[in-house]
Design a protein around this ligand. Structure first.
Ligand SMILES: Cc1cc2nc3c(=O)[nH]c(=O)nc-3n(C[C@H](O)[C@H](O)[C@H](O)COP(=O)(O)OP(=O)(O)OC[C@H]3O[C@@H](n4cnc5c(N)ncnc54)[C@H](O)[C@@H]3O)c2cc1C
Ligand code: SF4
Length: 512
């Protein structure tokens, strides 16, 4: 082994996972990164809020924390009152089409500054045609969980998805609505099983000392939702690790003994090998800019949809009072070949502050409807369903003359029918647990808006042009490993990031 440092591009979930694995092997690592951070003013505001007791926060304090998120432009996700973690579409695309909802990040920690923190492993049956199996990923799920907190508990979902055992894990307390629903789902377990439906408590990448302050969708004031920047801070304490924020990679070339990276500031950096985890859009841009003739790279999406449901039972206490979190509360998996050959994954959200606002904005034009809609919002539970990429659209990317990307949509004619079958099955099953699904109000997300997207340079046992080998090396290259979702062979419905991290850790561990 040479003692020249390896280069990791990106400090998102993929980048920090690969860096952890490389350091564990005794390698030295240079991390090149966009490196944007929360502005000092916003960080001061966060720290000031975190220094106070949530029990003392009145409505005005909460509203003040939430206001910037409500005011964020369509398609953008804002946390901590800042846009540092998400690039606007026009920064990445030359002529952003209206349907395009995926965004890149140039932040330290990438999109994990914004994520919903839902974590599940993949299921062997969903990756049966991959060149790696769940047994290849399992030790890396465990290694990642040494630095990624996983809250949750051993339940039916662990039986369905045994790739990451949950023994010894502790859940964060579900909201009272979710507790009541889980009891009903458990009671109806046998009839749900007959529909191929399995339910359990959600698993979130949240520290166990969650304060249940309910501000999760606006940026956790206590920084208890894991973000890759937390692990980056640990990495930076290692003398074998060096970090270069603002080092934007534009392209690369390989020679017989090195890979040379070109940076936006005009400098270059060479190393024996590089691990590219810039997020699927930026990774595509770097790949397209580095190959003669450019060509096209095709992303595969995991289509998602929202299904609102009304609970039949009365709440003992209003769900917007007391302490609770607003991350996904429950997971429901549909394992039914007549719906899909793959698992359909659903995340259930109980009351959050968006519900009444959205209902009033959409249906509250008539006088006196606001109190009615507010009461309805307190009985609303929303399922977010995700499909496997086989049933979802594709997004073709090519390089625009100015170095940004252009995107075109390759719509999947089957998506609507599969979504309809999945929501129908969900509605039927949840009916057994006291929920009335409002299927007429179900709506699919725009392409890319799930942020469960990738499989653009899929790993294969014998990769052809446009593919990569089982260590994420694109065909024709030997020194570049793709460690983000670009190299996944497909996008199963269960959450993406935990598996991206496990795969990046696997590649960092095994790369020759
Ligand atoms: C609102 C939202 C909610 C989500 N919820 C969930 C969820 O609940 N569960 C789940 O599994 N996933 C979720 N995701 C998806 C999740 O955030 C991503 O899967 C994950 O962040 C991808 O990690 P990554 O490291 O591959 O890329 P990113 O997080 O995009 O990180 C990319 C990194 O590369 C750096 N970079 C970018 N371009 C360059 C360049 N040219 N040169 C150098 N460095 C560069 C960036 O600074 C950054 O550090 C969500 C995403 C969003 C936006
Ligand atoms: S409820 Fe959400 S915002 Fe509040 S401490 Fe827990 S994770 Fe953070």
């Amino acid at each position: 082994m040479t003692d020249a440092p390896d280069i990791v591009i990106g400090s998102g979930p993929a980048g920090v996972s690969a860096a952890k694995a490389l350091l564990a092997r005794g390698c030295r690592v240079i991390m090149l990164d966009g490196g944007k951070t929360l502005e000092a003013e916003a960080e001061t505001r966060r720290a000031a809020l975190a220094a106070t007791d949530p029990a003392r926060w009145d409505g005005a304090v909460r509203e003040d924390w939430m206001a910037p998120q409500y005011a964020s432009p369509e398609g953008q996700v804002r946390r901590y009152g800042s846009d540092f973690a998400m690039e606007p579409a026009a920064a990445t695309l030359a002529d952003p089409p209206g349907w395009f909802a995926l965004r890149a990040s140039r932040a330290a920690g990438g999109l994990s500054n914004l994520w919903g923190a839902a974590v599940l492993p993949y299921r062997q049956e969903d990756i049966a045609d991959w060149p790696i199996s769940i047994d290849d990923l399992a030790p890396h799920y465990r290694a990642v969980a040494d630095f990624l907190p996983v809250a949750g508990q051993e339940d039916d979902l662990a039986t369905l998805l045994p790739g990451f055992p949950m023994d010894g894990r502790k859940p964060i307390r579900p909201a009272p609505q979710a507790e009541a629903l889980l009891a009903l789902l458990t009671h109806a377990r046998t009839s749900l099983g007959a529909f191929g439906v399995h339910a359990g408590l959600a698993r979130q990448a949240v520290r166990a000392d969650c304060r249940l302050c309910g501000l999760c969708l606006h940026g956790c004031p206590f920084n208890l939702i894991w973000k890759a920047g937390d692990t980056l801070a640990d990495l930076r304490a290692d003398p074998r690790f060096s970090y270069r924020p603002g080092a934007i990679v534009t392209r690369f070339e390989e020679s017989a003994d090195a890979i040379t990276l070109h940076l936006m500031d005009g400098t270059t950096l060479s190393a024996p090998r590089a691990f590219l985890g810039a997020g699927v859009l930026e990774t595509a841009r770097i790949l397209l800019a580095s190959r003669p003739g450019g060509g096209e790279i095709v992303l595969r999406d995991s289509q998602h949809a929202f299904l609102p449901m009304i609970q039949r039972w009365r709440n003992r206490t209003p769900p917007d009072s007391g302490t609770f979190h607003t991350l996904p509360q429950l997971f429901v998996e549909i394992n039914a070949p007549d719906v899909s050959a793959h698992l359909v994954h659903a995340q259930l959200y109980t009351w959050n502050e968006h519900y009444a606002r959205d209902l009033i904005a959409n249906y509250g034009r008539l006088p006196f409807t606001a109190p009615l809609l507010t009461a309805l919002a307190r009985r609303l539970i929303v399922a977010q369903l995700f499909l496997h990429s086989d049933h979802s659209h594709r997004i073709a990317l090519s390089l625009a003359p100015d170095g940004r990307l252009t995107a075109s949509l390759d719509a999947n004619p089957d998506t609507g029918a599969i979504l309809s079958a999945a929501t129908a099955r969900m509605a039927k099953a949840m009916g057994k647990a006291g929920l009335i699904a409002l299927r007429f109000a179900s709506r699919p997300g725009a392409p890319g808006s799930s942020f469960h997207v990738g499989a653009s340079v899929p790993m294969a046992a014998e990769p052809g042009p446009g593919g990569s080998d089982r260590l994420g090396r694109p065909t024709g290259l030997s020194r570049l490993h793709l460690i983000d979702a670009s190299s996944l062979p497909a996008i199963p419905a269960t959450t993406i990031t935990f598996s991206v991290m496990a795969n990046a850790h696997r590649i960092g561990t095994l790369a020759p």
